[in-house]
Design a protein around this ligand. Structure first.
Ligand code: ADP
Ligand code: MN
Ligand code: MN
Ligand code: MN
Length: 339
């Protein structure tokens, strides 16, 4: 009987940054046609992932998203959320922090930045083991062997994401050597989060094939003049998309401005974000809040296209970092929009 591989993917319980885990379940092809409803609940040893004590170690995996796995024979990727043994959401489950009322009217486009990382030198691809490559300037959207490092990995990742049906909207080389970005857009916060996590998983696995690691940290080169990595969150709801009003945009930006709002957002916008949100390198300081048209030094940028469209469209929260959980980021933005 033909067999099918289901790769269950979930997030572990490590703090402050959760990592991807996965394991394979084999099912009979006669019982499986690729639908999410056909994926059984499963469980794992939570004591090995900081999610449960050894004496009572089982955590549950509830499938939430499925897509084909183009890089493996007869295979699918199954994103799962982690539940406690009694079926309640585990405290590490960011997806469950999205308000029940948050429907597909909320659209998200995440710009995921990351570094391809040489595990031997513990430096980005393109960095010599001693010293530094040429300073920033030629790398952003650059081409050529002295400017672009790891393109074969990035291209392979893009192809398998598209084949899997993930809604990647674009990729580009970023400002630092060895730094890249992909963008994923979805109508609905859960779908956006599911797809970012699956795309991160596929990036890890593609790079692994080349003996290359992925560094998701927001400032992997520390307090140097090298850019950090963000995960800008572009968002809209029908109010923003149909606003036709500068006032509506400003009122929504103001919902992000109070001390409490800033603290709520920053608490889920990724670990070590104070290292990245310094006011330099196209960021606003972590303790300040500002918004502005076309302003890449603001917390929230109003894209110039919004003004050109007669004040309708979306906003870009530039603060979430590359290691943030997109579920928790979307949940926080929706809390602000609903406030
Ligand atoms: P930049 O690098 O200039 O900040 P990108 O092109 O990398 O911009 O990313 C812009 C993102 O905005 C894309 O992922 C896109 O899907 C997203 N986006 C566009 N329109 C909307 C919208 N109405 N709601 C939410 N996101 C949107
Ligand atoms: Mn971008
Ligand atoms: Mn970018
Ligand atoms: Mn951006």
């Amino acid at each position: 009987m033909a067999k099918i591989k289901l790769e269950y993917i979930w997030l572990d319980g490590y703090k402050p940054t959760q990592s991807l885990r996965s394991k394979t379940k084999i099912v009979d092809s006669s019982k499986f046609s690729g639908k999410l409803e056909e994926c059984p609940m499963w469980s794992f040893d939570g004591s090995s992932t900081e999610q449960a004590p050894g004496g009572s170690s089982d955590c549950l995996l509830r499938p939430v998203f499925i897509c084909p796995d183009p890089a493996r024979k007869s295979a699918y990727l199954v994103m799962a959320e982690v539940l406690n043994a009694d079926g309640t959401p585990h405290e590490s489950n960011g997806r469950a922090t999205i308000a029940d009322s948050a429907d597909d009217d909320y659209w998200f486009g995440f710009e995921q930045e990351y570094f391809l990382w040489d595990p031997e030198t513990n430096l980005p691809l393109g960095f010599p083991s001693n010293g530094y490559p040429r300073p920033q300037g030629p790398y952003y959207c650059g081409v050529g062997a002295k400017n672009a490092y790891g393109r074969e990995i990035v291209e392979e990742h893009l192809d398998i994401c598209l084949e899997a049906g993930l809604n990647v909207e674009g990729i580009n080389a970023e400002v630092a050597a060895g730094q890249w970005e992909f963008q994923i857009f979805a109508k609905g916060p859960r779908s956006a989060g599911d797809q970012i996590w699956v795309a991160r998983y596929l990036m890890e696995r593609t790079a692994e094939k080349y003996g290359v690691a992925v560094n998701w940290h927001c400032k992997p080169l520390g307090a140097t003049d090298w850019n950090g990595s963000g995960m800008h969150a572009n968002f809209s709801n029908s109010t923003l998309r149909n606003a036709n009003s500068r006032k509506v945009f400003e009122e929504i930006c103001e919902k992000f401005a109070s001390k409490e709002a800033i603290a709520d957002c920053i608490s889920v916008y990724g670990a070590d974000n104070h290292m990245r949100l310094t006011g330099l390198h196209e960021t606003q300081s972590i303790d300040k809040f500002s918004y502005g048209i076309s302003d890449r030094g603001a917390s929230i940028r109003i894209p110039v296209g919004v003004v050109e469209n007669g004040w309708s469209g979306y906003l870009e929260d530039r603060r979430p970092n590359s290691a943030a959980d997109p579920y928790k980021v979307a949940a926080a933005i929706i809390r602000r929009l609903q406030s």
